[in-house]
Design a protein around this ligand. Structure first.
Ligand code: TIU
Length: 221
C-alpha cells in the first residue's frame, strides 16, 4: 500500500516495498569529540540533534518492512583507498590515519568508525563502507538497490551539505526519487543545513523532496 508523505515542494507517494532508508555516516568520527569531525575544527555537538529523529525513522521503516541501509565513511588501514588530495588537505589537528582517542582517524575497524550506539544496525541490515562523500562512488550500493527493485530513497544522516547532499545528487542522477528527512540530518553549520535543504526542493524539486519524521510518521499511521 502506498503512503502519501507531505513534503516540499509537493506531497510524495511512496511504496514501502520499493523504498529504502539510507542512514548516512552516523559515526562516532563525526558525532563525538576526538574524531574526524572535531579534527577539522568543528563543534561536533551540533550533530546530536539528528540522532533521535534517525532512530524514529529507523523504527518506522523497520516496522513497515522497508529496506534499511547504513553507510560509513572511512578508509582501509593502509590508506590505499584514500586519495592523497583528501588526506593532505587543510590543516586538521590530526590527519586521516593518525592515532586519536577513538583509534586512527576515519579508519575502518577503529572505534571512531563505528555507528553511534543509539543507531547500531540490526543483523541483516546492509552497511556500506565508502571511501568518498557519496554513497554510490566505489561501493555496491547501486546494484544492491536495483536488485531489490528500489526506486525511492529516504535520506538521513550527516552532514546535510556534504555526504547527504553528495549521495542525494548521485541518486537523483541515477533516477531514484529522493526524500530528505530534514530533522534527521544535521550539519556543523546550521546555515548550510538550511540552505542544503532549500536547494533540494527549489525549482519544483530539482534534486527531490524534503520532509521530516513528524510528517513521515503521520503518513505511515
Ligand atoms: N566534514 C563534513 O561535514 N562531512 C564529512 O566529511 N563527511 C560526511 O558528511 N559524512
Amino acid at each position: 500500500m502506498p503512503i502519501l508523505v507531505q513534503a516540499e515542494p509537493s506531497a510524495i507517494a511512496l511504496d514501502p516495498a520499493r523504498t529504502a532508508v539510507i542512514v548516512i555516516d552516523m559515526q562516532r568520527d563525526f558525532l563525538e569529540p576526538g574524531g574526524f569531525g572535531e579534527t577539522l575544527g568543528n563543534d561536533v555537538s551540533l550533530l546530536a540533534a539528528a540522532i533521535a529523529p534517525c532512530r524514529m525513522l529507523l523504527e518506522a521503516a523497520r516496522a513497515a518492512g522497508m529496506l534499511v541501509i547504513h553507510t560509513r565513511e572511512g578508509h582501509r588501514p593502509d590508506l590505499s583507498d584514500a586519495p592523497p588530495a583528501k588526506v593532505g588537505r587543510g590543516a586538521p589537528s590530526r590527519r586521516i590515519g593518525d592515532p586519536g582517542p577513538m583509534g586512527r582517524i576515519l579508519i575502518r575497524g577503529e572505534p571512531g568508525h563505528d555507528i553511534v550506539p543509539a543507531l547500531v544496525p540490526l543483523d541483516g541490515e546492509p552497511v556500506i563502507d565508502k571511501p568518498g562523500k557519496g554513497a554510490f562512488y566505489a561501493t555496491e550500493l547501486e546494484p544492491m538497490l536495483r536488485h531489490r527493485g528500489i526506486e525511492a530513497l529516504l535520506l538521513a544522516g550527516v552532514t546535510t551539505e556534504v555526504c547527504v547532499h553528495t549521495t542525494l545528487r548521485e541518486a537523483n542522477d541515477r533516477g531514484f526519487r529522493c526524500l530528505v528527512m530534514g530533522d534527521a540530518c544535521a550539519s556543523y553549520f546550521p546555515e548550510f543545513h538550511r540552505a542544503a535543504l532549500a536547494m533540494v526542493s527549489a525549482q519544483g524539486g530539482i534534486f527531490g523532496w524534503v520532509s521530516d519524521t513528524t510528517r513521515l510518521l503521520a503518513a505511515m499511521g
